[in-house]
Design a binder for this molecule. Structure first.
Ligand code: SF4
Ligand code: MSK
Length: 656
């Protein structure tokens, strides 16, 4: 009893656990510890194993686990003789393989659906963006001519699927990168062949007794990550745009206050928009609305969590009600009638907490099932009917809501839905779409540089706090921020993704530009796979001219201050291999191995013109990023803000 009391006393206060007011309110609702959440489980896991955190534990074969202490003779190698650096490098690239596989399998599912749609086998979807279809066809070398759009789309889907199993040569989309970057990849031998092949090769190389050299391992990691960023993820984004439309700026609301007590609340969570698109369509159909009314609700309210939230936000303005770490807290409002999940970032604890609040947890993917959840298999051939069946599961739960519903009355307006295409139009106008205004304002110093701040939440860090501190420091220093994933939801909840944020948070130069163009200073570009949009936006900046001839020349940096997933490591590595300096917070999975860490933090810079860095303090991390931006500006000769000089006739004569 005394022990239990002591434990309760030690329990962190909500304000120590989250920077999000609504999250704190929900954490405050559970001070009696009626249910367990990720925050509690994370605290109970302390102290965490240092061997695991530092990447120096190997359990690849049954002679282990081998936990290495580098400076202790007898403990400085694994049973097989593997050094600490081999072990850390193997662990690191296995994370890349996991992340790349997750993104790319998502991409494959989209390709398969596009093929079915184009062949008329999946009647509930249509091709929404014909212009993008033609653009993608040209990128993939597919004939356009006068062919019907479905025929072109079918060829796109086939060509995209072939990229997964390609055994030789290189991925077609590499040609979208600046020419200099392509040459770097070829010269270093890291141009990926096929997406699946690079993942499989990592699993082979890291099997017991195969590849033991740090450089050899890490370069294969880079190759595999490129197959993700410029392959699986980019195909996922492009083909989703073809099927569901290329996003355009859209006004929405966010946070837990978007849950409506009078409606049937259906929350979609996971990553693939194939299902959530249909859930949105089904929720607006008359029969579903009538079914909701029949049980006493006013209608059906759809909200999102994690990257599914970002997908339906981007194209429909549906509110993201929270990010990764708040998935259980959304259920604990008592007003979520169904949580529909597909793949990735779904807590297996959901059915347990859902039982306390009469929420139906419904799994929908063959490859992602959960004990305690109801499984309704999503069928792309019968997409709308399946979506309706799933929604009905939520409607049926409406009457069983617990008495103690508590929804924080907190929401925030923001603008989402930025794609490379829409930024292009916004900056240059419909007739002269271009990145020129952005480049000009970087060159004249009003904008100091660009940062991609992306990624997850991690309960080891105060929720959303590292994202927000880092972003605010960057804005103050005139750095324009592009964001995706759970970081984007953090920024949106805090009011950073609205045009008004420019006056409140930005330095004078960035404020002027944002207010002139009407852009928020933090640009929400979508989900995890949409980091490929950031690669394309950066490439457009290079192609526009004036900022060097490679991605590594740009005053542009990346960060994931609260990362947790293998996908984040894959993203970080493809940013680095694309020439971007990338800072991770929270923890770094090779810190126990000096040579491996040095390779990632220094040697990669020599090879790729971009490297990893680790800094858990978000302000210090932002300062590292700003220093790197300034170094790039200096190299480009734009380190001093230039006054615009207007030449009169006399000066022109002098010039001549
Ligand atoms: Fe230990 Fe070597 Fe087996 Fe890893 S591969 S568990 S280091 S014996
Ligand atoms: S959902 S991978 S927690 S960003 Fe894409 Fe969020 Fe990270 Fe999952």
């Amino acid at each position: 009893m005394a022990e239990e009391k002591a434990k309760k006393k030690e329990k962190k206060q909500p304000q120590e656990q989250s920077a999000c007011e609504a999250t704190c309110e929900m954490l405050g609702e559970n001070t009696g510890g009626e249910y367990v959440t990720v925050f509690d489980r994370s605290d109970s896991m302390e102290p965490r194993c240092k061997f695991g955190s530092d990447g120096v534990c190997c359990r690849i074969c049954a002679m282990g686990p081998c936990r290495i202490i580098p400076d202790k003779p007898g403990k400085d190698r694994g049973v097989c003789g593997a050094t600490v650096d081999t072990i850390a490098a193997r662990n690191f690239i296995r994370m890349i393989a996991g992340g790349a596989a997750a993104h790319s399998d998502h991409g494959r599912a989209v390709c398969e659906t596009l093929l079915e749609v184009a062949e008329g086998k999946s009647k509930d979807y249509t091709i929404k963006d014909e212009q993008k279809t033609i653009k993608v066809a040209m990128d993939l070398g597919i004939e356009v001519g006068e062919r019907p759009i479905n025929e072109i789309a079918a060829d796109i889907a086939r060509a995209a699927l072939a990229e997964f199993g390609n055994q030789h040569g290189e991925l077609k989309y590499l040609s979208k990168a600046p020419l200099k970057r392509q040459k770097i990849w070829r010269d270093l031998g890291v141009a990926p062949r096929g997406i699946d092949r690079e993942v499989v090769e990592i699993m082979h190389r890291t099997h017991m007794g195969v590849d033991h050299e740090v450089e050899s391992l890490l370069m294969q990691g880079a190759r595999c990550s490129l197959a993700d960023g410029w392959g699986g993820s980019m195909l996922a984004t492009d083909l989703q745009d073809i099927l569901f439309g290329t996003p355009e700026p859209i006004i929405s609301k966010t946070n837990l206050g978007c849950i409506d007590p009078n409606m049937v609340n259906v929350i979609v969570h996971g990553h693939e928009p194939l299902l959530s698109e249909m859930i949105v369509a089904a929720s607006q159909s008359e029969d579903m609305i009538n079914a909701a009314k029949a049980v006493g609700a006013e209608g059906i309210n759809i909200g999102g969590i994690c990257c599914t939230a970002n997908e339906i936000l981007m194209r429909h303005g549906i509110p993201p009600i929270g990010n990764f770490i708040t998935q259980e807290l959304a259920v604990s409002t008592g007003a979520v009638d169904a949580m529909i999940v597909d793949v990735q970032c779904v807590f297996p604890s959901l059915p347990t907490i859902a039982k306390c609040f009469n929420t139906a947890v419904i799994t929908t993917s063959k490859i992602a099932k959960m004990d305690g959840a109801r499984h309704i298999q999503f069928d792309e051939h019968n997409a709308l009917a399946t979506a309706k069946k799933i929604i009905m599961a939520g409607v049926e739960m409406f009457k069983q809501r617990p008495a103690n519903v508590h929804i924080p009355q907190i929401t925030q307006d923001f603008v989402g839905g930025f794609s490379h295409e829409s930024i292009n139009y916004l900056l240059g106008g419909t007739f002269r779409a271009s990145y020129k205004p952005l480049n000009d304002n970087i060159i004249n110093g009003l904008i100091r540089g660009v940062a991609g701040v992306v990624g997850c939440n991690n309960p080891k860090v105060k929720h959303d706090w590292a994202h927000l501190e880092m972003i605010k420091e960057l804005l103050k220093n005139d750095v324009l921020v592009l964001t995706t994933g759970c970081g984007a939801i953090a920024a949106a909840k805090a009011g950073l993704c609205s045009p008004e944020a420019a006056a409140k948070y930005c330095g004078e130069g960035l404020r002027q530009v944002c207010e002139t163009v009407g852009l928020p200073p933090v640009i929400h570009m979508g989900s995890c796979v949409d980091n490929s949009r950031i690669l394309i936006a950066a490439t457009a900046m290079v192609k526009e001219g004036g900022l060097g001839d490679d991605l590594s020349d740009l005053p542009a940096v990346g960060a994931a201050p609260e990362w947790m997933s293998e996908k984040a490591i894959s993203i970080g590595q493809y940013f680095v291999a694309s020439g971007v300096y990338t800072v991770f917070g929270t923890t770094f999975p090779t810190l126990g191995a000096q040579e491996t860490t040095k390779y990632l933090f220094e040697k990669m810079d020599e090879k790729f013109g971009g490297c990893w860095a680790f800094e858990p303090d978000p302000i210090k991390a932002a300062q590292l990023m700003i220093a790197r931006i300034d170094a790039a500006r200096k190299k480009l000769g734009i380190d001093k803000a230039r006054e615009r000089v207007l030449f009169d006739m006399e000066k022109r004569r002098e010039l001549a």
